[in-house]
Ligand binder design. Structure first.
Ligand code: SF4
Ligand code: SF4
Length: 198
């Protein structure tokens, strides 16, 4: 990292990114008169045990995990380890994950309890204020660089009526902030959580 840029500077810059995203989601909430998601829905957390997380997001996530009671941390670690065990049984090894196809890893756990995000505890995101940026924008129309994406359950038939969240720009900012830390790798969720909590 550039010696004049501290870890705290990078985290502060990331905080600005997440604050901007939160302003954007609130803009859309005001426009539609509330949250786009049905009550008690957390389907989008079900197949995210292997979603990849950047270094800057991981640094913020570490802060969120450290705030949790020890017994919740142990529960999350246990869930992450179960996902990893299932991945290993399917032939995926942690040291090979950069070469592994993300979709193949998702398919190995899809629809199983081990496919769920380890940080989903009792139907609630245990690290809500520190969650990765994709978790903040899912459910809202977003520009991912190629097209306007959105959760299939929200903004049905009216996605083009709203100015989308510029997800591609926020993602690029995360990539640049990760680069400033000297680590541009993206780590699958369950491996990252295990490393942060072990
Ligand atoms: S970090 Fe939170 S919001 Fe994101 S997938 Fe996990 S439980 Fe869901
Ligand atoms: S984004 Fe979609 S899957 Fe996730 S909570 Fe909202 S409606 Fe449910």
């Amino acid at each position: 990292m550039n010696q004049s840029v501290t870890d705290q500077d990078v985290l502060d810059a990331y905080q600005k990114v997440t604050n901007e995203i939160d302003v954007e989601t609130r803009r859309l909430q005001v426009q539609i008169g509330g949250s786009p998601c049905p009550a008690n829905c957390y389907d989008c957390c079900h197949n995210t045990a292997t979603m990849t997380i950047s270094e800057i997001e991981a640094r913020d996530l570490r802060i969120g995990l450290q705030k949790l009671p020890k017994e919740i941390q142990s529960h999350i670690l246990e869930k992450a380890c179960k996902s990893i065990t299932k991945l290993e049984a399917a032939g995926f090894l942690e040291e090979n994950t950069p070469e592994a196809s993300g979709m193949d890893m998702i398919d190995a756990l899809k629809g199983t309890p081990e496919g769920a995000c380890p940080m989903l505890v009792g139907g609630v995101c245990s690290v809500y204020n520190h969650r990765p940026i994709i978790c903040r924008v899912w459910g809202y129309p977003m520009n991912n660089g190629n097209e306007i994406g959105c959760c299939w359950k929200t903004f049905i038939g009216r996605r083009k009526e709203y100015t989308p969240i510029q997800y591609n720009r926020y993602w690029e900012e995360c990539r640049d902030l990760s680069k400033a830390t000297g680590n541009i790798s993206r780590t699958p969720n369950c491996y990252l959580v295990k490393n942060l909590l072990s």
